[in-house]
Write a protein that binds this ligand. Structure first.
Ligand SMILES: *[C@@H]1O[C@H](CO)[C@@H](O)[C@H](O)[C@H]1NC(C)=O
Ligand SMILES: *[C@@H]1O[C@H](CO)[C@@H](O)[C@H](O)[C@H]1NC(C)=O
Ligand SMILES: *[C@@H]1O[C@H](CO)[C@@H](O)[C@H](O)[C@H]1NC(C)=O
Ligand SMILES: *[C@@H]1O[C@H](CO)[C@@H](O)[C@H](O)[C@H]1NC(C)=O
Length: 673
């Protein structure tokens, strides 16, 4: 009677969906769980979505379990052969960005619907470590490899009898009828999966297929003898689903479910009516801000590093370029090329350190060896004019001028590039023991070279170019010991001296420099001092020397007065020199260093005299203005030296104007000046 009522009720209220009957058992189909959800018993985090009836077993919270049971037990009956068939569509959706997901979903037959004492994680919400209060048979879709249960991998299907140790398991795959081969399947792909479970007699078959395949594959994935009555002695069980999360999480859904106690009456799922699996976009949004922040920060760091590198390179190689420099383009070197040529201005390549700055040797990839002079300068004013002059000088061509190749400008710095002279500077040969002493003929040849170069600067170029700092260290030699005049015009670039101060080097500076400034006469004076220096192998002014020898000009004149000019000569020459040439050079040196500018020869005349094309004018050591030492014009030495030496300087300075008038009539040059 009760059974008939049941049947009647089923037919009235659930015309096609659900049937209970002792003869025909249970049969139902859920295409989504919106309808008849009253028959579904939920616990844990399981819920049915109101909108589309999607059954969600777990969400992305950790260590949770969810259960869904059909709330009427499946009664095995007494004698007829036991069977059931079920077909469901599930989806296991990984949490975006979380890597792996877990733990798994199981179809379960259980003697009890109350699995609330079961554990999540690897227990899949089915059992706990010690549970023995109820019986289960489960088909697990396990996405985590649990060593404790001898899981084969993290993508397997297993049959469990009262234990999570599967009695049989296999990697998720399906048999493709069309291709005749097994194809693997990813449980945790987020895509829906068909699962068929069939039991007849004692054989339990489990068959999987991807959602796109709508026919159940002919061959099952698992096929195993199971004695249901021995598992469930009470001969009834509830059917449903269990799923769990651990520290690994995934969204686990059942889209549709059909069940029948006889395979013949199993209703097929209507695939078109199944709810869609939420693509966890919303969830991604919810979960990704930290990720986005991380990515943005990473990008910012990368950009900052790149920017820093760029900025570092930009600063490292930064140059100053202005529109007015355009015409000088070909003469401009990039700082980068100079930096590379000199090996980053390494100490090893440093040739010297002068008053102007440091000089480095460099090698251009194509242009051979160069010398790079780094001049520091604070002021930008006067730069334009200076560069213009430098460029003009670059256009000067003489076989005895060190070729100026170009320049480069940076903030607070000017770099001048000239040809590298392998012989070094003359002062090294005169004063350093590591260089061989120069013979007289070599010295004379160098003096002639430099006279010729200076003469060219004064007369040969389109405009008069003053050198301003002739001295032994500015005279360079090539491998054949030919002389080259370098560094012309640079003297005034010395930062250490104020703009108004006379510029030059002690001992080479004519007295009138302080009053009338530089002229061709002051260049001639310096050349005279240089001649004496080369011949005598002594610096023009040497504070170490006894007083009478301290000023070279004075000492040479003194020797001449005593009738032994040769005494002044460099002892390293060991007297090996023709007397006539020596006399010419020393006397010419004295003539050039005459304290009266007008009485000095021009460079053209110097060239004539030194080559002995013309004889020197008549003068003696007693000719006024000859052999007079000039006071030492330096800030450092001025006090010490002038007070230490008895010196004729004061008288010379005061009398120089008078002498000038007098002497200009005394020395008569051949050209009738
Ligand atoms: C395991 O489950 C059983 C019920 O099946 C319960 O009595 C027991 O307390 C649970 N054990 C733990 C450790 O939760
Ligand atoms: C289970 O699969 C085997 C083939 O592997 C088949 O012979 C048997 O009929 C299947 N049983 C059910 C209940 O589908
Ligand atoms: C396919 O898989 C089943 C179950 O794992 C196995 O028994 C069968 O041999 C496989 N067939 C092929 C063609 O690999
Ligand atoms: C199944 O188990 C029950 C109870 O343990 C037993 O009586 C029955 O013979 C078994 N059936 C088979 C086919 O082994």
């Amino acid at each position: 009677m009760a059974q008939s009522l049941h049947l009647l009720l089923s037919i009235i209220f659930f015309p096609n969906l659900i049937r209970f009957s002792s003869q025909q058992g249970i049969s139902f189909v859920y295409n989504g769980f919106n309808q008849d959800k009253g028959y579904i018993h939920l616990d844990g985090v399981a819920r049915i979505h109101n909108t589309d009836g999607l059954l969600q077993l777990t969400d992305d919270t950790t260590l949770q379990k969810g259960h869904a049971f059909f709330n009427r037990p499946f009664d095995f009956g007494s004698d007829q052969p036991l069977s059931f068939s079920t077909h469901f569509v599930c989806a296991l959706v990984p949490k975006p960005g979380a890597g792996d997901g877990g733990h798994g979903t199981a179809f379960v037959l259980s003697s009890s619907m109350d699995l609330t004492q079961a554990d999540p994680t690897q227990y899949l919400g089915l059992l706990n470590m010690s549970s023995n209060g109820y019986q289960i048979l489960a088909v697990e879709l396990d996405t985590v490899k649990t060593a404790e249960f001898d899981d084969m991998d993290n993508n397997h299907v297993g049959i469990d009898e009262n234990s999570l140790h599967s009695v049989v398991s296999a990697s998720a795959s399906y048999y493709s009828d069309r291709e005749g081969t097994n194809k693997s399947l990813t449980l945790l792909s987020g895509d829906p999966i068909h699962v068929w479970i069939d039991y007849e007699g004692t054989l339990l078959n489990v068959t999987l297929a991807p959602f796109i395949i709508d026919e159940k594959p002919r061959k099952p994935l698992l096929s195993r003898n199971i004695n249901l009555t021995s598992i469930f002695p009470a001969r009834k069980a509830f059917v449903g689903f269990s799923a769990s999360t651990g520290t690994l999480v995934s969204y686990q859904y059942i889209l549709g479910w059909s069940f029948s106690t006889s395979s013949n009456s199993l209703k097929s799922l209507d695939v078109s009516k199944l709810p869609t699996v939420p693509h966890p976009k919303m969830i991604r949004k919810k979960t990704s801000p930290p990720l986005i922040i991380l990515m943005v920060m990473l990008a910012l760091i990368v950009m900052a590093v790149l920017g820093g590198v760029c900025e570092y390179r930009r600063r490292k190689y930064a140059e100053v370029k202005e529109p007015w420099e355009k015409p000088y383009g070909p003469l401009r070197y990039s700082y980068k090329s100079l930096y590379k040529a000199t090996g980053g201005f390494s100490k090893d390549g440093r040739l010297g350190k002068g008053g102007f700055g440091e000089v480095y040797k460099g090698t251009m990839p194509l242009g051979g060896d160069i010398a790079v002079k780094r001049l520091s300068h604070g002021a930008e004013q006067g730069m334009k004019q200076f560069v213009a002059e430098v460029v003009t000088m670059g256009s000067l061509q003489h076989k005895n001028l060190v070729p100026l190749l170009g320049y480069c400008r940076r903030k607070g710095e000017l770099l001048l590039v000239s040809k590298y002279m392998e012989g070094g500077s003359v002062d090294q040969y005169l004063f350093q023991d590591d260089k061989p002493p120069l013979s007289w003929s070599q010295r004379l040849a160098i003096l002639r070279d430099i006279a010729s170069a200076l003469c060219y600067l004064h007369t040969g170029a389109s405009q008069v170019v003053l050198h301003r700092d002739i001295k032994a260290s500015n005279v360079m030699l090539n491998g054949n010991l030919q002389g080259f005049l370098g560094d012309f015009g640079m003297a005034r670039f010395d930062d250490n001296l104020s703009a108004t101060a006379a510029v030059g080097t002690i001992g080479y500076m004519a007295l009138e420099l302080t009053s009338t400034g530089p002229s061709t006469w002051t260049d001639v004076y310096a050349f005279g001092a240089f001649m004496l220096e080369v011949a005598c192998g002594r610096r023009p002014f040497d504070p170490e020397m006894p007083v009478e020898k301290r000023h070279l000009v004075k000492w040479v004149c003194e020797c001449w007065r005593k009738g032994s000019l040769v005494d002044a000569m460099d002892t390293r020459l060991r007297g090996k020199f023709p007397l006539g040439e020596v006399e010419t050079v020393l006397k010419l040196g004295l003539l050039c260093t005459c304290i009266v500018p007008d009485s000095r020869p021009t460079m053209e005349q110097v060239v004539q005299f030194i080559n002995r094309h013309q004889t020197l004018p008549d003068f003696s050591p007693d000719t006024p203005g000859i052999g007079v030492s000039t006071p030492v014009l330096t800030r450092i030495h001025s006090l010490a030296i002038t007070s230490a030496s008895e010196t004729s300087s004061p008288s010379v300075s005061s009398s120089s104007a008078n002498n000038s008038m007098f002497i200009s009539h005394t020395i008569i040059y051949g050209d009738g000046r």
